[in-house]
Design a protein around this ligand. Structure first.
Ligand code: NG6
Ligand code: CA
Length: 518
């Protein structure tokens, strides 16, 4: 299918959108209309309890609080998966990542996980006449297949094949090579006399590795048994091997500044056209190396300082929108890709300095976990001209962002695309307080939450990860928790409620069988 040749008319939808707003509120001459600028601000590994707007007293995130106070703060919103790649895959495509077996945490040289012929949320905006951009963490692979990237030339396919006019991205994560910025699918600052080579199979001769040369790890050492012991970049050992590209290497302390700066540039450059901007922050993923101006500010070491840095990024974006006079008509969705983790592989004192801080909030588990904290993430929707500030307990999932954005900008999309996504615009804008009937959560196994009840299907994986000190929640037995009374998922009530277990299993079966072609 050639996406560019297809025009999507959504006249029927247009009527329902106009109704949703009680008629067309566009006023000629002011900047408020029904085609808002849209920003997705997706944090990395930030938990529900990592933000003061969600009730945390141990961290102060004033800019996020401001966003929440002027918008809708959701208390039961879910990422689709408890790690980044499947979570972002689903956010962009409206397809459950678990329908495919190749959407797990992507290596830095992974092929592009979203196929060029898949319709993404960026395609929706682009077809609606928006200028589209992606800045920051990508983690969705590049090029046709693993290892086939031309790091020294034009890397294709890439974000432009998924609907993004502009991109400035890190290929995978801060802890995976190559540690370079890729702008419009070319490595930034690359010296052609020092070409880049990347491998996830074997080291390059003459390049020291973290595991053999701990004395070279002047900035951050890996936690014991956590891997992260391959290529050394900026005194930090990473996952994977790389050689060359010395001038192109990012400086870890400047990552947040680079992302924020490029995001602001994109906004400034598109003052006059509606734009869609995806910003994936690196905060607070490992290795956590916040800029020196944040060091020591949280009292919790680099993890807490990186949270403050994230808050700063939010503040800078808000300030830019205000200065440009477009804040009122910009819809911001701020959320996180998955739940929190404290020690994710580097000896950065996150555990030692955590104190009373609870990144997971009232929920059990964390990143990688079937329990709620795996996917129950912060989510704020802010659109000053259209939404009334409120707190919403509606059951929400990132899976619906695709169809909801299509409804927002009055775009249809091809049959079979966004197949798991449902338009919940009213819930996103705070008018419907119920949201979904259920959400599906993906970690070691598949889970269903109806808001009141949570079911975790049996799996053979480990119950607990000693490495990250996370209760993963895998169990060979059915697990059922009554969240309405037991938000911490402490008491498994499956044997007392066989009919509810059966209902939950049926939901999962029905969803699994929906798949026919992916
Ligand atoms: C894990 C890494 C972890 C992190 C994660 C991806 C080890 C032992 N752990 O494999 O450090 O990089 O992958 O995180 O290597 S995510 O948020 O991007 O999904
Ligand atoms: Ca993540």
């Amino acid at each position: 299918m050639n996406k560019n040749k297809t025009l999507w008319l959504g006249l029927g939808m247009g009527i329902s959108i106009a109704n949703a707003f009680g008629g067309n509120t566009y006023k000629k001459g002011d900047k408020t209309n029904l085609r808002p600028n849209v920003i997705f601000l997706v944090a990395d590994d930030i938990g529900f309890g990592d933000l003061s707007c969600n009730g945390s007293k141990t961290i102060h995130t004033p800019n996020v609080d401001k966003l929440a106070n002027m918008g809708i703060r959701f208390t039961d919103a879910h990422a689709v998966a408890a790690t980044s790649t499947p979570s972002r895959y689903s956010l962009f495509t409206g397809h459950y990542a678990w329908r495919r077996n190749d959407t797990g945490v992507a290596a830095g040289n992974a092929g592009m996980v979203i196929r060029p012929d898949q319709h993404t949320v960026a395609d929706i905006f682009k077809n609606a006449g928006y200028k589209t951009g992606a800045v920051g963490k990508w983690h969705l692979g590049l090029s046709n297949e693993t290892g086939s990237q031309n790091w020294n030339g034009f890397i294709t396919p890439g974000p432009q094949d998924l609907g993004f006019d502009y991109s400035y991205i890190m290929a995978a994560t801060g802890d995976r090579v190559p540690c370079v910025w890729v702008e419009n699918q070319r490595v930034v600052n690359l010296d052609s006399n020092d070409p880049i080579e990347v491998s996830y199979h074997q080291p390059f001769e003459g390049e020291p590795l973290g595991k053999d040369h701990p004395e070279l790890l002047y900035k951050l050492k890996p936690s014991p048994n956590h891997g992260h012991a391959d290529a050394i970049v900026n005194g930090i050992s990473r996952i994977g091997f790389m050689k060359g590209g010395k001038d192109a290497l990012w400086i870890d302390e400047n990552i947040a500044d680079s992302i924020t700066h490029k995001a602001i540039r994109f906004i400034e450059n598109h003052n006059n056209a509606p734009f869609f901007l995806y910003i994936g922050t690196n905060d607070v993923h490992v290795p956590r190396c916040p800029h020196p101006r944040f060091i020591g500010k949280s009292g919790m070491g680099p993890r807490g300082d990186a949270l403050l840095q994230f808050d700063w990024t939010v503040g800078e974006i808000l300030k830019t929108l205000n200065d440009m006079g477009i804040a009122d008509n910009t819809l911001i969705v701020m959320t996180s890709d998955n739940g929190p983790v404290v020690d994710d592989g580097y000896a950065d004192q996150a555990v030692e300095l955590l104190g009373k801080h609870k990144p997971w909030g009232p929920f059990r588990g964390g990143k990688y976990s079937n329990f709620e904290a795996g996917t129950r993430v912060p989510m704020i929707v802010n659109w000053p001209s259209q939404v009334k500030p409120s707190v919403s307990n509606a059951l929400m999932s990132h899976i619906d962002i695709f169809a909801t954005m299509a409804a927002l900008v009055n775009q249809d999309y091809p049959q079979g695309q966004g197949m798991d996504s449902v338009n919940h615009l009213d819930a996103f804008l705070g008018k419907d307080k119920k949201g979904r009937d259920y959400v599906i959560e993906q970690a070691g196994s598949l889970c269903v939450s109806t808001g009141d009840w949570k079911y975790i299907s049996p799996s053979k994986g480990a119950f607990y990860s000693k490495l990250t000190n996370t209760e993963l929640g895998n169990n060979t037995e059915d697990q059922l928790y009554y969240l309405a009374d037991d938000i911490g998922e402490k008491v498994n009530v499956s044997s007392k409620n066989p009919e509810i277990v059966m209902k939950m299993k049926l939901i999962l079966e029905k969803e699994k069988n929906k798949d026919s072609h992916k």
